[in-house]
Design a protein around this ligand. Sequence first.
Ligand code: CMC
Length: 437
Amino acid sequence: MTQTKDGTNTVTLTDNRTGKQVTMPILDGKVGPSVIDIRKLYAETGCFTYDPGFTSTGSCESQITYIDGDEGVLLHRGYSIDELAAQSTFPEVCFLLLNGHLPTAAESTEFDSILRRHSMVHEQLTKFYTGFRRDAHPMAIMCGVVGALSAFYHDSTDINDPVERKIAAHRLIAKMPTIAAMAYKYSVGQPFMYPRNDLSYAENFLYMTFGTPCEPYKVNPVLAKAMDKIFILHADHEQNASTSTVRLAGSSGANPFACIAAGIASLWGPAHGGANEAVLKMLEEIGSVDRIPECVRRAKDKNDNFRLMGFGHRVYKNYDPRAQVMRQACHEVLGELGIKDEPLLDIAMELERIALTDEYFIEKKLYPNVDFYSGIILKAMGFPTSMFTVLFALARTVGWISQWKEMIEDPVQKIGRPRQLYTGETKRTFVPLAERG
Ligand code: CMC
């Protein structure tokens, strides 16, 4: 690394085949690792970079979320996740992520009112649900229905119009609880519940999910608070797989509803948002505390592809700060519901204890992540396992749309188009079917 006269740090690479040197600037963020600006690398060397899984690649400049994985720090627009979870509300965090500052009292009231007034979905959208089998996974329904929003809200699909971009963001955040609750209602064969404007965001979601037209549904304030906290904990997480998917889809100019549907698809996988569902299945399969050593042994066995779900993270090499808050919330919810004996919680706590003292997990810096405790809370609240990732998608929508908006407004933004290291056949002559051996 060297420094130029104007104070710019640079790094110089030498191609030992040709002796040619290329000097690239090092860019500094406000905090966190610096990046080597390789934009001219191909033009100057004829080489691409090779980084499967993007473990060393920064794909964009962003001002939304900062993670220090070694210290276990997560900041949204500079505010720490534990402070936001303890003192803020999900709509306020949505405003923060979208606009860059915490809302004033007037902005908060206005934003809250916008979300309440956009919560209903086009009536014809209900027909989409009936096209699915009753036993469809709700994430499959979410991919389809959210993608279909672009066919209903034509007046907010012009990505070049800032007003339309804003309306699309508000619509997505406001309608997601309704769409998610409808996916649940369809699976249990109950009528869809229309949103109620007198309820808060989290209350409304619980009402639409667990209420029925037959009797009044009283939202438990402790559960509504926990739901709100769970939404805050999942709101954004920098350039993870689903967010990068949203950005990549959006880089071609696709409309925001289609981009969010792409994000939902990416989130579904068990290595990402699908882990909360996988954790609960794993805890149920373990079944009792005495079977934990067997499960830990399998997780460490190189020849067994079993992994401890809810453990490990690409960025955190410390306890995931969201998991700390989730663990606390888990105890609060179980306490409120009077659940004194939850075998799955006993298994989770013992598993965590053993894993955190095991050489393999210590050496590889594998700590519980956000998904480790969320399933136990959601199960206690009455959600079926298949809805867990849907709740993640609901909450992450604000992160996706904020990142999408930031990308569209970034002047250096261009269509995302990675290259490859080709190792396939070189040009060969076509062999007619009759001559193939
Ligand atoms: N159990 C056992 N071993 C593990 C685990 C685990 N959960 N996670 C990583 N390892 C091992 C892995 O085998 C590898 O060992 P080695 O170096 O000997 O090959 C080493 O740790 C590094 O793992 P990696 O797969 O190279 O790391 P990654 O950054 O590519 O993967 C991860 C990160 C989250 C996909 C992975 O830790 C994992 O599969 N965890 C379980 C799934 C999970 O809980 N996902 C939720 C992530 S948090 C919510 C979200 O962001 O969606």
